[in-house]
Design a protein around this ligand. Sequence first.
Ligand code: ATP
Length: 214
Amino acid sequence: MGKRIGLFGGTFDPVHIGHLRGALEVAELMGFDELRLIPSARPPHRETPQVSAADRLEMVQRAVADLPPLVVDDRELKRDRPSWTIDTLESLHAELGADDSLYLLLGWDAFCGLPGWHRWEELLEHCHILVLQRPDADSEPPEALRDLLAARSIADPLALAGRGGQISFVWQAPLAVSATQIRQLLATGRSVRFLVPDAVLAYIHEHGLYRATN
Ligand code: ATP
């Protein structure tokens, strides 16, 4: 039997307990062999203070160093341009076995934006999509996704079968933490202890990341 591999992308600027708890819960629910955290490349001047791709990657590596089945996949940072998800899926399949299956994890907001993604209609040829939904959410999908959902969604995520092509939902209460909040706390000299793993906290302090730059 092939491996079942979850994919969880993000800027991880920095990775925090919300990402890690969410990923771990989905991995356990789904019985994934691996859940790959995939830090995304980002335009160099989006935010200040700046944290390099190498720092973001190192923090994710430290966060999952002893946390199977969570692992890091750095392929999007190795390219010299931001990667389309379709490219990432194709490059993963080029390395994996023919029986392995991919599960792309997307928050509801990201899922709703799917029709704007490059070659989005081909995504399901390469993976299943697991939409992470909040228990209290009451959201209507955009028109462009209604037919797709009607044709492809199934109620039980554990029933996703084959190499791809289906959509299911995982209901999950996210922890009230965001990378934005963590950057703000650090910029004002406050503690982020317990919001990030201690190994990530140590890295942030060792390298003086996210400090106010004035
Ligand atoms: P920022 O505050 O900089 O926008 P973020 O904390 O939302 O960052 P991202 O790296 O943008 O983190 O998110 C990567 C993925 O993690 C997204 O799919 C996002 O929905 C999810 N995510 C972010 N915060 C949480 C959380 N607290 N619990 C569960 N999932 C989360």
